[in-house]
Design a protein around this ligand. Sequence first.
Ligand code: BGC
Length: 750
Amino acid sequence: MRLAHSAVSIPLFAALLSALPFGPSVLEAQTAVPADALYKNSAMPVEKRVADLLGRMTTEEKAAMLSGSGWMESAPIDRLGIPAIKMADGPMGVRSWAGSSAITSAANPPVKVLTTSFPSGVAMAATWDTELVEREGQAIAQEVKALGRDMILGPTVNINRVPLWGRNFEGYGEDPYLAARMGVAYIKGVQGEGVIPSVKHFAANNEEFERHRIDAKIDERTLHEIYLPAFKAAVQDADVWTVMSAYNKLNGVHLAENVPLLHDVLQKEFGFKGFVVSDWGSTYSTAATVNAGMDLEMPGGPPMQAWLANPRMQSSGNGAGWLTAEKVLAEVKAGHISQATLDENVGRILRVIFVSGVFDHPHPGGGEVDTPAQQAVARQGATEGIVLLKNAPSLLPLDAKKIRSIAVIGPNAAVARTGGGGSSLVLPKYAVAPLDGIRERVGSGIEVKYALGVGMEGEDPVQDTPEARAKLLQEATDAAAHADVAVVVVGRYSKLESESFDVKTMDLPAGQDELLEAVEQANPHTVVVLNTGDPVTMSKWIDKTPALVEMWYGGQEGGHALASILFGNANPSGKLPVSFPKKWEDSPAYGHYPGENLTVDYAEGIYVGYRYFDTKKVEPQFPFGFGLSYTTFEYSRLAVVPGKIIGDRPIVVSLQVTNTGTRAGAEVVELYVHDGHSKIDRPVRELKGFRRVELNPGQTKTVLFVLGRSALSYWSPDKKDWVAEPGTFEVQVGASSRDIRLHAPLEFQK
Ligand code: BGC
């Protein structure tokens, strides 16, 4: 018998095993497993296979499965042919096995693997294109398989609560419905390929500040209405195979041992049947963690031990090494973990190994990554995700026939800033910077002048002296003044916007506001491009900005995508998945972030994002759901058929959308529900549907939505259930949360 990569000593095991009440003896366990054992038969129902395999496992083997065998591998049990689940970091592509992530590689020395860098989560959310996100999940899963791995650590569906969260770029925005639909699409794409996703981080991981120690105080209604729906949808609509628990505490208890969340909500309320994997270094106990239903501790084995020994890792609050076989067995022996619980947790891991196909069809690897098809998905995502925020005198699209020179300026112009920092950052084979994309697009017919304008904050001290700054600014204004058009690409990068710390201010990095003011002064035809994952303050320059584009972190194809939008080869169709406040002080969480004494009170409750701006009548810089196009769309003929939801019977909402302009384009139609008769406090509107419709000039399409009782409901802490109050609601359909074009009444009757 081999205990995979465990640090447990044999004599200790012998002593522990002799005291254990169940499970085959060591001798029985050493018996070879017959080739026709039921669990090996892929034709048998999964639950039977799980039960059969559990019945053949020793307690020792079960205990060994509760922690990883390496940095990115679960523990294999060779005797029974149980494979290690080989993981890869995500979600915006497969994290490269270079640098610190080399530890994800089984090879020694580590192999440098370059994979497709897809747009950041917030950019994909800005596409509102679930079909595309599903294809992205599929493409990423194909890369996972090609590299011989089995699992991708994503999607991230935590809500963008504050504009300063370091991981906002990873998430799908501020709205639970949008985040849910995006997460479900990604998961379906991944699972469809037989690759295991891990929806993360469960739950309320909405800031990086003291992420291992911070205690999020959130009331039950807010949790259910804002922070849990994307996880619920992952379980109930996508049947997700694994959930990753979060680092933080929720209402006093670390998430890896949080019974109300893991047991009561995830298992009982949502009906989750897969396994929970810990975030890397988020465990603080043995029995409490196992009993809460946290099934697999990661990382494990020797890499975890080495990491644990690092004082820095401990001082930052990581916890690890609690679910080693040795510790689990000791708690089983002490009666603190029952054999039934051990079986349940191991059973959940086995179920996923069978359901995903990892047992029957291991991924040997060896395929291609970064294929043209995968690149095409990345490019489409980057293009559809770009949001045109301002185009006052129709400066855009640029007419290549009329322009002779263009100045491309800014610290994000010549460098491809593909993603934010941390575990999600992908190292691609190539990455197209805005300047490359523009040069490639205009060819030799237009002169392209480049100027840095200002060094990126913290990147190069040589650019950071007063003299150097003055010189760079002068070069940029000269370039702008002598060009027909100036395109200034500003924003942050992976060392300013990252996992592990929050963004320190909503303002653009040092010198960038001044650069924009100076360039706008020098050339009235200035296009400002934001290359960020978060909203930024714009008060210093926005009034004078004729055209503004948010390109987010667009992955390796960001530069191509931007050029095609600027020159009208593609018509912008992205819409904001987050409200852009005018200033941080306007943000609903202002005053309730990052918390005091390691506690953050989510005192704004359900009023997150537009729920706050629209209900409390605070004017944002740009509202949720907003985005311009080079064409115009007209909404008409809203019909709610029948005009009444009775009980659980859904109804159909239909309307027509017409492209009334001269270019083909896509419109994201947003459906909100307004509850005007509620006895309790409710946001003025909540998103309950959306569709992205592609239309040629003059073309009309009918858009359909199906609405049921759940779209009208709020979470009642008293009833511990979703409640819809009988009476008249309003269906609102529009182009943003603040641009409602049509509305119609909708009755609800129990
Ligand atoms: C992150 C996870 C990531 C994991 C493994 C953690 O620090 O929070 O999102 O998947 O590391 O790298």
